[in-house]
Design a protein around this ligand. Structure first.
Ligand code: AMP
Ligand code: GLY
Length: 428
């Protein structure tokens, strides 16, 4: 099969790496890709928002299957354009992508289907939002309804912070994404990232994972897209996996099918594991970044076959298998991230670092200069990913590889995996 992969992040490099190993693959294209993906795929300039241009490329290069990595083209309806042209693809329709594209949509769906999530209100103007807030205790969470590149959520510890967040949304801080606001109860517990392939009717859980959202050690500082991840996530016991499937994922798949907008792709539930069990924080309609990097290291089944089965509605007799090892990834980001990252600094030493046992390095924001030097080209830049028999071993291997990378323009957290390491030590 000729496959076109849309996207340019570490998630897409990990997907490209797994797709490259597929016996079904003939040729892999990536649009736009990055310097790491370019070692596995032919990278092409293509605007995913220009559906006519994507379709023309597909015809010209006899593409059989399209994998859509990020949320923006999904919410923008690329899947629908592909479906209308009869092109097989991995990624939900525009209507099903509302699960990520509108937080209010998802909250209403949870309410109707009885899915556990924080109590909430939806507001289209500042006055009604402030009036609701006045009746609620703090901490409380204020969210822009639409896609805001991960920046539209304020977990307000104090009332004034929540009031400021409401005003920011309604004065255009997030553009159209903030035209509606969701105010939601604060949930207490440990977060986990949960993924399931869904073919419209059947949902198949992937291995468990946990992300580190804060930029600084000990989970301090501003939120980011994710500074590191590991799989499995010890907090997700088999019982919690089954409860998540029964109480959250399967009811969502059924509700979306009943609405005539079946969900086909990967459903990514951000969970809070509370005292009373799993609660849904939010849905994403795509793979997580950097969770995908650790999942792909552990997946032993053929990713392309799994994606085709998802598109074909054939997951009911599909199984996925995983290495028993732990995978852990550390994100190297450019100084300034998650604010304004420094661009164009040179990265050296990757060849030495990737020789380390059990280590893969996925590129996120990188590009090659004309003279061949590797340059940082984004906020999150590299994902140093290692397998190990234990979390401790995977962590040691990842940080040992990072020591070989010569990049004064970058930084990383030094404690990725700490929760799992604590659990591992407690369990002897
Ligand atoms: P999101 O962009 O929706 O993933 O939210 C970013 C982060 O805000 C999440 O990863 C959580 O840490 C936090 N968060 C969002 N909603 C809640 C909530 N209802 N209770 C507690 N924390 C939340
Ligand atoms: N790592 C969280 C996300 O992909 O949104």
């Amino acid at each position: 099969m000729n496959v076109l992969l849309i996207g340019s992040g570490g998630r897409e490099h990990a997907l490209a790496w797994a797709l490259s190993a597929s016996p079904l693959l003939t040729k892999l294209y990536a649009a736009p890709g990055n310097a790491g993906i370019a070692e596995l795929a032919k990278c092409v300039k293509l605007d995913a928002a220009d559906h006519a241009a994507v379709l023309a490329f597909i015809r010209e290069h006899a593409i059989d299957f399209v994998v859509i990595g990020p949320e923006a083209p999904l919410v923008g309806g690329l899947s629908d354009a592909l479906a209308a042209a009869g092109i097989k693809h991995f990624g939900p329709s525009k209507a099903a992508s509302q699960l990520e594209g509108s937080k209010g949509f998802t909250k209403d769906l949870c309410r109707e289907a009885g899915i556990p999530t924080g109590a909430y209100g939806r507001f289209k103007d500042a006055a009604s939002a402030h009036a609701y807030l006045a009746t609620q205790p703090v901490p409380i969470v204020v969210k822009a309804d639409g896609l805001a590149a991960g920046k539209g959520v304020v977990v307000a510890m104090a009332r004034a912070e929540a009031e400021a967040a409401i005003d920011a949304c309604f004065t255009g801080a997030f553009g159209a994404a903030g035209a509606e606001v969701v105010i939601e109860d604060f949930l207490e517990g440990e977060e986990a990232s949960f993924f399931a392939l869904c073919d419209g009717k059947t949902a198949l859980p992937l291995a468990t994972a946990q992300d580190h959202k804060r930029v600084g050690d000990n989970d301090t500082g501003p939120n980011t897209g994710g500074m590191g991840a590991y799989s499995p996530a010890p907090v997700m016991t088999p019982d919690l996996v089954e409860r998540t499937m029964a109480e959250i994922i399967r009811p969502t798949v059924a509700a979306m099918a009943a609405r005539g907008t079946p969900f086909k792709g990967v459903l990514f539930a951000g969970l809070m594991i509370t005292k009373s069990g799993p609660q849904l924080i939010e849905y994403n309609v795509r793979f997580g970044d950097p969770e995908t990097q650790v999942l792909m290291m552990r997946l032993t089944s053929d990713l392309l076959s799994a994606m085709v089965a998802t598109a074909d509605g054939a997951l009911d007799d599909f199984e996925l298998s995983w290495r028993p090892d732990v995978a852990l990834t550390v994100v190297l980001a450019a100084k300034g991230y998650p604010g304004t990252p420094e661009k164009g600094t040179e990265i050296r030493g990757l060849d030495a670092a990737r020789q380390s046992a059990g280590v893969e390095i996925f590129h996120a924001g990188t590009r090659r200069a004309d003279d061949g030097r590797l340059l940082a080209d984004g906020g999150r830049v590299l994902n140093v990913t290692a397998l190990g028999a234990t979390v401790g071993e995977a962590q040691e291997r990842a940080y040992a590889a990072i020591k070989k990378i010569d990049w004064p323009g970058g930084f990383c957290r030094s404690d990725i995996g700490w929760r799992a390491v604590v659990r591992e030590k407690a369990n002897g």
